[in-house]
Write a protein that binds this ligand. Sequence first.
Ligand SMILES: [Zn+2]
Length: 392
Amino acid sequence: MGKALIRAGMLIDGSGKTAVENGAVLIEADRILAVGRSGEIGPVSGAKEVNYADGTILPGLIDCHNHLSMNLTQEDWLSRVNDSDAEKTIAAVINMAADLESGVTTARCLGEKNFLDIACKKATQSGLLSGPRLLVAGKSIRSTHGHGILAYVFDGPDQVRRGVRENVKAGADVIKILTTATVRGSDEIHSDYTREEIFAAVEEAHRAGLRVAAHCIGGVALQWCVEVGVDSIEHGYFMSEDEIELLAKSESWLVLTPSAFLMEERLKVTPSAETFRKKRDQAAQCMAAAIKGGVRFAVGSDAIHGCLAKEMEFLVSLGASEMQAIVAATYNGAALCGLDKSVGTLESGKIADMIVVQGNPLDDIRALQRVIAVVCRGRFTEIRSTRDKMIP
Ligand SMILES: [Zn+2]
């Protein structure tokens, strides 16, 4: 592959720095060679050139919480959890393509059946399938009485350790543990694991060089997760003020997944929609308080494919600035995944993962729903269909 020069009316590099008017990125093969003002870069002899005068260049988006084979806006999503592996794989292939087309160039898959995600990772890595760069969790870990329709049961610290080791051996990149339910049922949020079990997961994973993501909406489980060094809290829908403060002061990240409560298309097909609706305001207030309270956050779609931009729109409705929402889905996502040396911002030397959207997302975050080009590992794809059609 030769050189390519991509120009646009605006460039946002993902670091949180002020946007550059008339920006350009020069790439060669799968690397970024230069980033800056259009006038300072090029023309470059021999480089293929494209110019999107009314577009904005950004880093490829990072979806920190995804499940490849599940699609939570599908009417029969719950029964499809019991589909055969073959059917699930077909769904995963379709979903990965939709994610990539929507600008997601990296996705962290937090749990699948039968290591399907590890097979998908290999296939996308080798170029056999089209899809984002994947970080995968393999078998997510839950207790007998705990939550998690895709997860596997491991009870007691020893079994939890075995669960981690099985995943490490199979080629997982990250460990997922489920510590609470998703919706708050009573005043108290019960932890489905003991502190010792959560500690066992973290200690075992960290010793193998893997990070730990914990499904946790709040309560004592959140305190324990933070204390034992869980790397990311997933969802965090019902954290108290004290818990938000604890998280903000810690090294742990929060992955916000607003759509479970806020996306009508999803609630329509959720069996317990009424419970979600009843708790919607409380969850929204908590997410807003976490954003305001200085918690370091990234963003995840949680198995709604092609819709990460919609989650970013929700972040803005919850009080994040447009730039904060963009950084959540770019630099923060990369840092949380441990990939910030190679992706997440537009910098020379990094991998050529970027998107071009129609308009300026700093004026209207929904511009991210109008992706017109995706570059993943230097591979350029122009998106012809309008994204508006696909996002509810
Ligand atoms: Zn999930």
